[in-house]
Design a binder for this molecule. Sequence first.
Ligand code: SAM
Length: 469
Amino acid sequence: MPSHLPTALLTSLEGLPGFNRQTFEQVHAAAGKITSLRLNPNKIKTTVQEEKVLTALSATGTSKVPWSSQGYYLPERPSFTFDPYFHAGAYYVQEASSMFLEYAVRHSVDLNSSLKVLDLCAAPGGKSTLLQSLLNEESVLVSNEVIKSRAALLADNLTKWGAANTIVSNNDPRDFSALPGYFDLIVVDAPCSGSGLFRRDPELIPEWSLDNVELCSQRQQRILADVLPALKEDGVLIYSTCSFSAAEDEVILNWLADHFELENVQLPWHEEWNIVLTETSKRNFQGYRFYPDRLKGEGLFLACLRKRSAEKAFKEPKQKQKQLQLSSKQTSLLSPWINKPAAYEYFLHQEDVLVLSPVVAEILPVLQQALYIRKAGVKAGQLGAKELIPDHQLAMSLLISEQVPVVTLPKMPALQYLRKEDPGIITDVKGWGLVAYEGMNLGWAKFLPNRINNYYPKELRILKEITGI
Ligand code: SAM
């Protein structure tokens, strides 16, 4: 069966480890669709909850993604838009091969230690939400995206994910040179020519060319050269693309071998996963190739390397910049909203109060000197003279106090709420309250004697008419 893949692509892949032109073309021609998602362990804490979410998505059953602890395949693609769990951040819809990042991280860094992690090319946030799930509370994830509009989407997805130990920045890779030897782990999920996604998104095929592969390869080298100084000695670099082309994969590993003191990190091998191991000519760096004709996932290349050269260590400023202290009046307005308020630090930015985990509070002043920070920790809301106007970030976070009233809605009114309509709720709650679905918060509403004000963010609301529920 012809696959409509460019002949130049197929010819260029001949001879690469694991490439089988016939089965590769067949699987692209069949154009099968695979749907997978990763549950959010911040929000799904019991197997009962897990089953509820998965059953709501698929009555006929799900199966596990073999290399992931939270990843599941769905037999068909449901309407995520009309699933309130999706809007509550119960899961992230992620391509299955990409979830291999978890395996690489678990086998290359000590997740019990306190880590500074950078996800350099992070939007829309698939790898970042995965990384956040793996980190402990003393660790911090800096999620960076160079394109401003995409950084906004990344921030929204991390808001939905709910954790307080993340920072979103909007910088060019070269800006990280101001932070030499700073990070324990850097993930570079590089912009690439995208051939690994051609089965899922065939509309990308006409944009592919050998010239673009070469351009991407040059850009990947530039990005890596810019960011590598920010990695600590003994720190880990994970490099990935969704391209099958050697110029963006093995050639990049050879280029890294030529220019930097790095060594290969070997991951334990699982024959039954059908991933293809590729070994480069220089210093035997290894890469992991994912082919859609061999396993249940799209195309991915990933390599894991450890830095062996000493980096002039980053000098922490002698005097730590002090966070602005809240007045006792401000503290009394804020405290009822936060679970264990003493566990956090607070930062007042104009009228907005940010709630920061101690580790974020510690590194934020340092990062602010080098980077444009788009989001840090959790925005609790706007502090006025008489009350806190709570922010959507607080509703989606894990730090909200149990004292805050919650109004739970069935599915249809929940979707109406998410469309920013009046869900027609009858409740005793007065004033500010959380609107929830099956125990998961969706957003804020203000309950007035004869109406409710729906505070779901306008830019996030469901635009589609509700049908087929
Ligand atoms: N890691 C993301 C995820 O899992 O959701 C996907 C990242 S995507 C493969 C690559 C990202 O790199 C895009 O968001 C793109 O905007 C960004 N990018 C494009 N040009 C870049 C550059 N010159 N430097 C750094 N990032 C760039």
